[in-house]
Design a protein around this ligand. Structure first.
Ligand SMILES: C[S@@+](CC[C@H](N)C(=O)[O-])C[C@H]1O[C@@H](n2cnc3c(N)ncnc32)[C@H](O)[C@@H]1O
Length: 264
């Protein structure tokens, strides 16, 4: 008799362990409203992977449109089958994904452009980061915002392993090395489905950990009028609260996550 276990789905594991697409869609919309006083229509999600965020964005209202950009055909195909296909027919028409390199513009215009889950950390030279930020600035509509997330803290200045148990799945977030001279680092995501074998390095990222100060400076050099920071609040148990507010000063923490927003 054959096994009845479902095959391991690494994109589903990724979504459950590291993404919060619905909350992020609402957050991006709120940031734009804050800055421009209007409701945003078009989102461009760079490094979109399975474009789960694009699909959440169009659920926010019938005026919303989303464009995903990713260089890799595999996550885009997964997104088409699993996220886009789950939308109603009208919403499906308002989402499009392109297999493109974000460094090879011009890319489509939008009210909000984002590069989330630290995906722009794959750009390891200041020159390539500046080129990318400039191209984003040029493709924002008037009043538009460019939003990236960033993380850091002393815990990420050395190898580490975080383990989290989710229903039916254990998730491991491993920092394999960190070089304090270049800030180059490698992170891997491993998964162990309940009753199944471990999937080591389901995703691996060779990144440069850009600091908030560097990201702000590069945004300003790229021609953004302003670059400001949304810092995460602290919950009662001392962990991040998941609520982000605009701040000029952060608090030292072992690990922190923040958004940096460039305004045109
Ligand atoms: C960490 S995943 C991010 C997925 C998604 N943004 C999220 O929030 O979870 C990084 C994605 O960036 C894509 N990528 C890497 N370099 C790229 C490039 N130069 N242009 C477009 N996409 C790229 C990869 O194919 C991968 O799907």
């Amino acid at each position: 008799m054959g096994s009845t276990a479902r095959p391991f789905d690494k994109y589903d594991a990724y979504a459950r362990s590291v993404q919060a697409s619905r909350d992020e869609a609402k957050f991006l919309s709120a940031v734009y409203r804050d800055v421009s006083g209007q409701e945003p229509k078009t989102l461009r999600e760079d490094f979109c992977g399975t474009y789960a965020l694009c699909c959440e964005w169009v659920k926010l209202g019938p005026e919303k449109r989303a464009i995903g950009i990713d260089i890799d055909r595999e996550p885009l195909a997964y997104g088409a089958h699993h996220h886009r296909a789950a939308l109603d027919a009208h919403a499906q028409l308002r989402v499009i994904a392109h297999q493109r390199d974000v460094l090879k513009g011009p890319l489509p215009r939008a009210d909000v452009i984002c590069a989330l889950n630290f995906s722009y950390f794959c750009l390891q030279s200041r020159q390539s980061l500046l080129r990318y930020f400039k191209s984003c600035r040029r493709s924002l509509s008037p009043g538009g915002v460019f939003v990236v997330d960033t993380f850091g803290g002393p815990q990420h200045h050395e190898p580490s392993l975080d383990t989290r148990r989710l229903p039916g799945l254990t998730y491991y977030f491993e920092q394999e090395f960190f070089d304090p001279i270049s800030n180059r680092t490698r992170f891997s995501l491993h998964y162990k489905p309940l009753g199944g074998r471990i999937r080591k390095r389901a995703f691996t990222y060779d990144w440069r950990m850009w600091s908030i100060a560097e990201v702000r400076d590069v945004m300003l050099d790229a021609g953004f009028k302003d670059a400001f920071v949304f810092w995460e609040g602290t919950a009662r148990d001392g962990r991040g609260s998941g609520r982000f507010t605009r701040k000029e000063r952060g608090e030292p923490c072992q690990v922190w996550v923040a958004y940096v927003v460039g305004r045109v």
